[in-house]
Structures are given as C-alpha cells and as structure tokens.
Design a protein around this ligand. Sequence first.
Ligand code: APR
Length: 254
Amino acid sequence: MAGVSTDLRIKDFSRIVFFTGAGMSAESGIPTYRGKGGIWKEYDYNRYACQEAFDRDPDAVWEFHNYRRSLVAQCTPNRGHELIAMVERTMPTVTVVTQNIDGFHQYAGSKNVHELHGSLWRVRCDQCGNYQRTEMAPLEEVTCMACHAHWRPDITWFGDSLRHEVLMAATAAVEQADLLIAIGTSGVVMPAAVLPLIAKKGGATLIEINPQETEMSDAYDVTLRGTATDMLTILTEGLDDSLPQAAADGRQGT
Ligand code: APR
C-alpha cells in the first residue's frame, strides 16, 4: 500500500455507488475475464456464453456454466466485499452496481445490489418464463420442472440486452451519486462501462481502483493503483461499524 496517497475519504460523501467488475473477486480466487489467466483466454465465449451457442448445444453451455458454478462455490467473499458491506451499514445511501455474477456482494452482507449481468445462482426458462434461485453448487437437473425445456442460466451473455429494470435502477443510482468508486473493471463492456461517465456528468467524484491502467482511467478524478482490498482499506479508514449493538441500533434509529 506504500506510495498511495489520496486525501479522499468515503465518510466525506453521502450518496455512494460501488461499481464493480471481475477484479473485485480476484482476491477470492475467481479468475477475471481478460488479462493474465482470464476466462476468455481459455474458453471461447462464442461456444459457451451466448444465445447462439445455447441454441446450438445447450449441454456444452451447461457443462461450462456448471464448471463456473463449481469453481465459484469453492470460493468466499474477500475483505474488499466485507468493507463495501460495512460502508453500506454505516453510511446513508450506498448502492452496489456490479457486473459480477458470483453473488459475493450479497454473500458478504451488501443489501442494495444491482446485478447488471445476472447471477450464476439463478436460472430461467425462456419457454414458460419460470425463474428459479438455486444452491451455490453445480446444477444436477438442467431442465425446467414446469415444461422440461432446458433451464437457461440467468446471466447476460454477449449479444443479450441487460434486464431493463436493473439497468434503469443502476442508472438512477449513478445519476444521483456524489461518489462512484469503480473497482476491478477493465471498462470495455457496454452499456455497463458508460455508467461511471453518467455519474461524472451528474457531478460525482470518480475513483478507480485497479492495479492496471484501463481504457477509462482518464475519466477518473483519482486512480488508485492497487488491489480492491488494499485500496478499500485506505478509503474506509475511520469508518467503523463494530459499535456495541445498542449504539448501532440507536444509530439506525436516527
Ligand atoms: N483488485 C482490483 N482490480 C483487479 C484485481 C484486484 N485484486 N485483479 C485484477 N484486477 C483488474 C484487472 O486489472 C482488470 O482491469 O480487474 C479488471 C478485470 O477486467 P475484466 O476481466 O475485463 O472484467 P470486467 O471488467 O468485469 O468485464 C466486464 O465482460 O466478459 C464480460 O460479462 C463479463 O461482466 C463481465 C464484463
């Protein structure tokens, strides 16, 4: 952490959005999509993560999807996820807008989360419109119980549109933000990558947390070249929700 200097502290803001990407979960042991060891270097998303592939060979898509479910099911949220959940407990208006599908923000305790790209742990049936939450494990039964069509992973594949209500809620949050902290995203996938620019247009301060420079780095007011956990530890200095429960309850009562 040496050498990182910013006098910005989260407690100086009141409407905060954490905009996260795969790098947020890298310290949990989950590979990112691009860069060293990236998923798309090993797997061609045209064969495993798009509607055409699913229509062509649903079993191959389910095999890849179950591989990802089993990998993520062996991991746990990291300190960075916990710090974001702690900020939500201690600050008035905190929203997580994530591109991640691992559910780790909620698993770490965040409540106000918009999953732009869906969830590994939800399936849907495009024949009968059935949705189902599932265990955090590979799915044994991959056909819909109501109509026996293949369950479709409820994630946004390349070429899919984002769920309208999720994108609208995420956009409203960033428009009203006074601080947006982008963590662990390469900023190359639309329309998610536009959200920080919408926040900036609304007058928010923008912070980027990423060990590497990205295509969006110039848009940020502060760029913190480090990991999610290290940089969030610095930014949340002075915030503390380990007050005795009574005091904490009192604070919630205000
Ligand atoms: N802490 C913070 N950032 C990190 C860390 C870390 N420990 N490790 C890696 N990173 C950064 C990398 O430098 C990179 O810029 O995380 C970023 C991950 O970028 P991508 O792999 O492109 O992931 P993301 O930006 O979330 O991709 C967006 O693309 O494939 C689609 O739907 C998929 O949601 C995904 C979208």
